[in-house]
Design a protein around this ligand. Structure first.
Ligand code: ZN
Length: 475
């Protein structure tokens, strides 16, 4: 029997509460007619490249090894947004880039055809398809076309990659044109994927709910409408399953934030800062021989009221274990810390404010960043169903493998989202185990306490949120 086709549509940093009838009418309609997941989660840190690797592999960072948006391997910094640096890492002694095969590799191996058109950074895109199977075009900077032999023909037909804008209109339209006019209409692969750069690009400077961000949502929604229309024209809509998701959510910054570019630089005295390497703004790698400084470093973080949850490999310091967020890879840091956050409203009335951060965005452990979008629409999925069972980007690869009738490698951490499928479990049948972990440190002048809330289904766990609070003692 011929299998359905699958299209994965990633909308960077789309908060589920941004999808309204007015802001994104096409996506809103697909969610109404198909399956809407109301408790969908990203991984931690809630950053694009970490999420990309989690989507691609179906594993936590502990297994795939893409532990942050910047990597620190063998004493060297690696810019994960640039595919050329990732190619170098892949073939270096610190490689491979990912320790687990990707969905595109597994499908290509099984004889399925894959094609990608992405407006994300070239690194984010490359992570989806590091062994360059099938066909992929990215319009980041630097951009790429694989196979390279097809580059000239693509550029001659579609033009060269447009420049970044706010909203990122032209780059997203360019990616959608290649998907609709070439990939869907001509190549007709089994798995196609597109990655929209907005609302992320626009939300970073303007914030969730800002007029510019709403404009970005409208552009992406129109691109989705074009994809649906092309599927209709090609008679493919009734045999294509759409998975529409975001890599992570987004939170507004406190307008009075005291941090400029890096949170950590302002927290540590110089002599202490010389004992570790800071990577990606929130990952601490303690220098060899300086491990004795760990309690002092953690103390400096805990006393800062703008710091929230702290995870580390050091017991008895009042931090949460790195195992809770799947950060036990040899590339993982010794300490990961996140901004303190609240449920306050932003100037645009959007809930969620991050205190310890220089700008609007993501990467933290607030519910607004951890909670991501997932909508499933197509012949394999139920009609007009809302699923409250927790799901995550970790489940995308196993779910797509299942849709193609492929066996699920037991190494995968994610699960098949059968509750979304016509022949699958009913909503409410799968009940998660709700877990809460608390860490606490008592000092003469303050108390620090952090809590992480995790939902668990079999061997898959989802960090719903984590936060930490430093409370001064009345003396
Ligand atoms: Zn992102």
């Amino acid at each position: 029997m011929q299998k359905n086709k699958v299209i994965i549509i990633v909308i960077d940093a789309l908060r589920p509460d941004s999808i309204t009838k007015g802001s994104m009418p096409t996506l809103w309609t697909l969610a109404e007619r198909g399956v809407r997941f109301s408790n969908h989660y990203t991984c931690s840190p809630s950053k694009t490249r970490v999420a990309s690797a989690t989507i691609a592999t179906g594993c936590y960072p502990s297994k795939h090894g893409l532990v942050n948006n910047q990597l620190y391997c063998n004493g060297a910094f690696i810019n994960v947004s640039n595919y050329q640096e990732l190619m170098q890492l892949d073939s270096s002694p610190a490689g491979p880039l990912l320790s687990i095969p990707t969905l595109t590799e597994r499908l290509d191996q099984a004889g399925f055809r894959v094609a990608l058109s992405t407006a994300s950074s070239s690194g984010t895109s490359f992570i989806q398809n590091p062994s360059r199977r099938g066909f992929s075009v990215n319009n980041g900077s630097p951009s790429f076309v694989f196979p390279e032999a097809r580059k000239d023909a693509i550029l001659a037909r579609f033009g060269s990659a447009p420049k970044v804008q706010f909203p990122d209109v032209e780059r997203n339209k360019y990616a959608a044109r290649i998907l609709t006019e070439h990939i869907i209409a001509e190549l007709q692969p089994d798995l196609a994927m597109i990655w929209f750069s907005d609302p992320d690009k626009t939300q970073h400077p303007y914030g969730p709910g800002a007029p510019e961000t709403l404009q970005a949502l409208g552009v992406v929604d129109q691109c989705i409408a074009d994809i649906v229309e092309t599927l209709q024209e090609q008679d493919l809509l009734d045999r294509t399953d759409l998975l529409i998701l975001s890599d992570h959510g987004c939170i507004s910054a406190d307008p009075n934030s005291r941090f400029s570019t890096s949170m950590a630089k302002e927290i540590f005295p110089e002599d202490l800062a010389s004992k570790f390497v800071l990577v990606g703004g929130n990952s601490i790698y303690i220098k060899p021989g300086e491990e004795h400084a760990a309690p002092e470093i953690i103390y400096a973080l805990q006393q800062d009221q703008d710091i929230g949850a702290i995870f580390s490999s050091f017991p008895n310091c009042g931090t949460l274990p790195l195992a809770l967020i799947g950060q036990e890879h040899e590339r993982s840091p010794d300490i990961l810390f996140y901004p303190h956050w609240t449920t306050e409203l932003s100037e645009y009335g959007v809930p969620g404010i991050a205190k310890g951060t220089p700008g609007h965005g993501h990467g933290g452990t607030s519910r607004y960043e951890m909670n991501a979008t997932l909508v499933a629409y197509g012949p394999s999925f139920k009609d007009s169903t809302t699923i409250n069972t927790p799901s995550g980007n970790i489940d995308i690869a196993p779910t797509v493998l299942h849709l193609f009738g492929q066996p699920i490698d037991p190494i995968l951490d994610g699960r098949v989202l059968t509750e979304a499928m016509k022949d699958g479990a009913s909503p409410g049948e799968i009940v998660p185990k709700e877990l809460s972990f608390t860490s606490r440190a008592e000092y003469p002048d303050f108390t620090y306490e952090a809590t992480a809330r995790i939902a668990r289904i079999d061997n898959t766990y989802y960090l719903r949120q984590a936060n930490g609070t430093s409370t001064k003692k009345e003396i």
